[in-house]
Design a protein around this ligand. Structure first.
Ligand SMILES: Cc1cc2nc3c(=O)[nH]c(=O)nc-3n(C[C@H](O)[C@H](O)[C@H](O)COP(=O)(O)OP(=O)(O)OC[C@H]3O[C@@H](n4cnc5c(N)ncnc54)[C@H](O)[C@@H]3O)c2cc1C
Length: 478
């Protein structure tokens, strides 16, 4: 990169830092994000919010849950009523979190798991996929929930790799093939995703990720890279094979997704792991990519981090794949005050800015964009509507079909339902955890702990009232 470009890049980063320090005010960048993204030149800046669009979006009321609840069975409503009761206030939620590990697994499975989990085996997860299709959700992000972040469970990691690869063949492949053959436009079906949690794919994960670049931990580093590569290679090969059969496809058929962990692990090793996989599986000249990573936009340095990755990807000749989340570890990050945005509004602004910049870049450059693919992973209605409205603008078909909206199974179902029914969204998927009941029970507990804020806002009394209304109101679902 020339010195002139470097200086321009640096001024872009400085302008971003300034914008961050003044967060809450909105800045219109002097250099539009769409003007300066020529390969090798200044990367897109993230401090260019479209004020008019944001204020329109901010005024939209999130949809009521009643319409969606009316589509559920009595058993599903009963399960939701249980969730509504335990999340009615903080005291109830805290007691439920304490009692939860002692509730018999069969009861959890019968009452709660089906709301949030895809099942214990491939047949159940395939069935979950078919049920989602009936709701207009064509694909899934599968996550085998066998985890060992503390490194204490003595888990057979080879088994996780094998089962994950099998889930591509046994679940994702039949799920997409059945739909591609019937599709009017093959680009209407979003990809099937495999979520890979780095801490589940290496022994002694905390140390292995913290010391990713240390010679002493090289064998762990190699093990993690080999495991992620083995799974992503299967995805890469299937993408190339299916591209020959469906040459008009502009978005991947399958995507390997690296989940984001806590801050120290991200900086210690996960960003580097993502980079290695992008280099190997997302070559710049390939029309579709095979791997995406995750950026947590509640982190103060997330936008500048992604910006730096963009520069590096352009320089080294590969494409980034991006999943944007706000971040799940706000309650457990030790250095919360220094690493996490000062307010929820600041996290929201950062999320919407970065998302807008990436979508605009994809719409403008299509298959030439350095962002190969974007997953807008959020339950926030305003962010999802912002993305949906941006995609209505003119732009490259390849760009449009490479933006996919995602929510967790069983969460923000009113948002998912509204986007499909009232905004005719097709580019939408659900994150579907699956695996042994004991492990998925741990996942359910973590959802309560990590997403405590979201659980309380979406559930509790409002949920119970909506269930009551859905049972007794005669209005048809909207
Ligand atoms: C498909 C999918 C994949 C995901 N993968 C990951 C992953 O790999 N890694 C990961 O960490 N999370 C992941 N998540 C979880 C995600 O981070 C949570 O869904 C998210 O934190 C909840 O935010 P939201 O965007 O849904 O919106 P909202 O409910 O509007 O936002 C809630 C979030 O805002 C932020 N926030 C709340 N209060 C404050 C405050 N005072 N100051 C600053 N920020 C605040 C927090 O991040 C909080 O969780 C994933 C979610 C989905 C849907």
């Amino acid at each position: 990169m020339s010195l002139r470009s470097q200086l321009r890049t640096r001024s872009g980063l400085l302008r971003f830092s300034f914008a961050r320090s003044c967060i809450g005010r909105r800045f219109v960048s002097e250099t539009s994000s769409t003007k300066n993204t020529a390969a090798g030149a200044v990367p897109p800046v993230f401090d260019a919010p479209n004020k008019r669009l944001y204020s329109q979006i901010d005024q939209i009321q999130p949809p009521s849950s009643v319409g969606y609840l009316k589509t559920l069975s009595k058993k599903e409503l009963l399960s939701l009523a249980v969730i509504g009761c335990v999340t009615i206030n903080k005291l109830f939620l805290d007691v439920a979190i304490k009692v939860f590990p002692f509730v018999p697994t069969f009861l959890v499975k019968w009452l709660i798991s089906s709301l949030y989990c895809g099942g214990d085996n491939f047949s159940e997860v395939r069935e979950c996929g078919r049920n989602l299709q009936k709701r207009g959700i064509s694909n899934m992000m599968l996550s085998l929930t066998i985890e060992d972040a503390e490194g204490t469970k003595n888990i057979d990691i080879n088994h996780i790799v094998d089962e994950t690869i099998k889930s591509i063949h046994e679940v994702l492949k039949p799920n997409i093939l059945a739909q591609l053959d019937k599709a009017i436009d093959v680009n209407d079906i979003p990809p099937g995703y495999i979520a890979l949690k780095p801490s589940a794919l290496v022994s002694n994960p905390g140390h292995a990720l913290l010391h990713f670049k240390d010679e002493a931990w090289k064998s762990h580093r190699d093990q993690l890279i080999a495991n992620c590569s083995a799974i992503t290679q299967v995805i890469y090969d299937l993408n190339q094979e299916l591209l020959k059969k469906y040459p008009s496809r502009k978005t991947p058929f399958f995507v390997s997704t690296i989940d984001a962990e806590k801050y120290d692990l991200q900086n210690g090793g996960v960003y580097e792991l993502q980079r290695l996989l992008f280099k190997k599986f997302n070559p710049k000249d390939s029309p579709i990519i095979s791997c995406i990573g995750t950026w947590q936009l509640y982190l103060r340095d997330s936008a500048s981090q992604l910006q730096a990755e963009y520069v590096r990807a352009e320089k080294e000749g590969y494409k980034l794949g991006v999943k944007l989340v706000r971040g799940a570890y706000i309650h457990s990050e030790a250095k919360r005050d220094t690493i996490i945005q000062p307010t929820k509004e600041a996290s929201d602004l950062n999320y919407n800015n970065v998302m807008t910049t990436v979508i605009e870049n994809l719409l403008e450059k299509g298959s030439k964009s350095t962002y190969g693919h974007l997953v807008v992973a959020s339950h926030n209605y305003h962010s999802q509507m912002l993305a949906t409205n941006l995609l209505k603008k003119a732009g490259s078909q390849a760009g449009k079909s490479n933006v996919v909206l995602a929510q967790l199974l069983g969460m923000a179902d009113n948002v998912t339902y509204d986007l499909i029914k009232n905004h005719h969204v097709k580019n939408i998927i659900k994150y579907v955890p699956w695996g042994p009941p004991l492990e998925t029970k741990d996942y359910l507990l973590r959802r309560l702990q990590e997403n405590g804020d979201a659980v309380r806002a979406d559930n509790g009394l409002p949920l119970l009232k909506s269930i009551f209304k859905s049972l007794f109101s005669m209005e048809p679902p909207k």
